[in-house]
Design a protein around this ligand. Sequence first.
Ligand code: PBG
Length: 338
Amino acid sequence: MTDKTHLVDAVTGHRRMRRLRKSDWQRRMVLENRLTVDDLIWPIFIVPGSNIMDPIAAMPGVFRMSVDKAVDAAKEAADLGIPALATFPNIDLSLRDETGSQILDANNLINQTTAAIKKAVPNIGIITDVALDPFTSHGHDGILRDGEIVNDETVEQIVKAAIAQANAGSDIIAPSDMMDGRIGAIRQGLDAAGHQDVGIMSYATKFASCHYGPYREAISTSGLLKGDKKTYYIDPANGTEAVRDAALDVEEGADMLMVKPGLPYLDICWRIKEAFGLPVFAYQVSGEYSQIKAAAANGWIDGERAMLETLLCFKRAGCDGILTYFAPEVARLLAKQG
Ligand code: PBG
């Protein structure tokens, strides 16, 4: 037998990575991560009224829905197997004020939505945000006093709002405001109100990012927002600070952690999954969605493949799930693929 050893065998010591990539069956055998419908959380936008499906220009394929339409959407999502929805209200501008007091109304748009969905579609989870931004006249997540977002007064208000949301039937409270001490305060408030089973998904690491633009259009805060959110969100330059912020939320009793935005912050997903072992979720935010949709609409990338690849990458980075506006589209696709 003649020796067929090649120069490459000598160089690699006979190891060849491509052996495991040579065919479809071989690649499937060694596949490490898979995206399933169980990984998807669908964020939806709610408007007052009925029979409304109002398209959001900067987010092709995404609508502001009236409560009745949101109930229909919840039914569809549950049928597709999507585990949970995250709801965001676009309330009347006339109801917004300096302190976001409308968030305390037991029958506000977000609580109405929760109650209606829970009644009609009991087998889908409802995740509600307690940040004040949809309710304030200045678009900030907290109470603004003398040009400052005041921490402790905001936390008091958020705790009351969380209890009202739990009373309406919310399963998971997800505070996105980044005030200090909010997780522990919400936990104590929920427990004192008898809501021991209501979980907390902390927006533990929320960055002062440019990627929220289309969302602010969706809930009409872009025209209102004065200044920026740098005194409460994390600087995109800081990873160690983000891990420390998440550690405090874990100590205060968060059940799950979230990283937001998603794709530019995969290192943070990995670090906090490794550090704490809690379920970790990423929020693929509006700007990430719009970038893919816009490039696909121009024929510059394959939108479907970009959607699937980005979502899969969250899994590889250690995420247990992803909040994504693609949720129904990808769930339909996964169902078709079987
Ligand atoms: C604020 C909030 C933001 C998003 C959801 N809640 C960010 C902001 O407006 O500063 C962004 C979601 C997205 O961009 O998809 N509490």
